[in-house]
Design a protein around this ligand. Structure first.
Ligand code: HEC
Length: 153
């Protein structure tokens, strides 16, 4: 196979993996912790440091959501939700590291700080919309899981 054909196949495969695949069905019912990742490489057990950070961010967002929607008269003190400087971590695919990506990362961190200061459903949904904005351009695979985080304020 020529090198060019090889790369075409490789890129084609990555693009397909980024579109919604059969794994989306698994994650639809909310129980699926198996993410539809951005690319095939990410299905390997050894995740990139950025993917690992994303998993922690997704878990943090889920627990943040649970705290925010819980009964405010009967819940533990607000946890300190630590920021996650994911953009400094090595991604699976380094071509994501373009200016627009870093701008979206910055917007995410601003929303993260705001929801920490004012933990309202509205501020949380604004945070989730930052996840979505970046994922739409740079990693559509996990969008279904991320969309489900929206409280709908
Ligand atoms: C500025 C861009 C950006 C923002 C903001 C962002 N992500 Fe990601 N996310 C990525 C990229 C890029 C990857 C692929 C990482 C890799 O493979 O190295 C990723 C991967 C993921 C994954 C798959 C991880 C895995 O198991 O391989 C999940 C789940 C995820 N993100 C959820 C979220 C959630 C939830 C938020 C918001 C709380 C969020 N992301 C915010 C860019 C972003």
């Amino acid at each position: 196979m020529s090198l060019r054909a090889f790369f075409c196949l490789l890129i084609g495969g990555l693009v397909l993996a980024c579109q919604s695949g059969p794994q989306d069905e698994l994650t639809q019912n909310g129980s699926g912790l198996e993410d539809t990742t951005c690319s095939q490489g990410m299905e390997l057990p050894k995740a990139s440091p950025m993917a690992a950070a994303m998993r922690a961010m997704a878990e943090q967002a889920e627990s943040m959501r649970a705290w925010i929607i819980s009964d405010s008269s009967n819940r533990p003190a607000q946890p300190a939700w630590a920021p996650m400087p994911f953009e400094t971590q090595r991604p699976t695919d380094t071509t994501v590291l373009v200016d627009a990506f870093f701008e979206k990362a910055k917007a995410y961190h601003e929303s993260h700080r705001l929801v920490g200061e004012q933990p309202t459903a509205k501020n949380f949904d604004a945070l989730v919309s930052r996840c979505i904005a970046c994922h739409q351009s740079h990693c559509p695979g996990p969008l279904k899981r991320i969309n489900r985080l929206m409280i709908g304020s």
